[in-house]
Design a protein around this ligand. Sequence first.
Ligand code: PGA
Length: 254
Amino acid sequence: MEKERKLLIAGNWKMNKTVAEALDLVQGLRRELAAIKEVDIVVCPPFTVLCEVSKAILDSNLRLGAQNMSENSSGAYTGEVAAGMLKEFSVRYVILGHSERRQYQKEADALIAKKALTALASSLKPIVCVGETLAEREGGNTEKVVGMQVKGSLAGISKEQMGEVVIAYEPVWAIGTGKTATTEQAQAVHAFIRKTVASLYDDATARRVRILYGGSVKPGNTRELMSQPDVDGALVGGAALEIRSFSDIVKNSI
Ligand code: PGA
């Protein structure tokens, strides 16, 4: 089935890869994926290798993303990285509000919304992450939690700006655990997120927004997940660290 939205597969490398390892990985991906035009392919390495990776993917179909950024544009914020600094390395996307940052850095929806607005003001496309914990799912609160995260993390973003926003649904219980949401579970929450975007904006905006699935995506489960009508791509963690698995995920998504 032809989707009206272009698929996007992003690799979230998290806190992995030295410069040498990163270059090995992107050179391999560049070789393996050179012919792919149907999918937007994004790699999100740690800040320390953005410079080298940026040079290594020049004139290729790979795009660069970061894993986080500051809500401020410059100044006395020790340890932070600003959107303008990312732009220097041709970064196009930035993951915001990943569940690991929500958990370990206590990032809340209001901060994530501020970061998203700062990213958009610098022409970076935010990949805004949402997702429920196992306790929240088992308590029957998935829609309540995800709905609040979507509304809170998009606060202040205009209808026009939504054209640049990507949403990633990542059930916390499926991240790095080997437990993938079933295709039915993923589709149900994706459809709910799209409905929420429609209620916040309008139907046309909801139809346009890309909603990625994340949580133990592997070459073997990609095809089934991507066949769901409201799944528009994937945010891949562990399987994005190897040439073979990430390039197979991209190829299997088509
Ligand atoms: P995983 O991570 O693919 O290793 O489950 C996904 C993510 O956290 O973005």
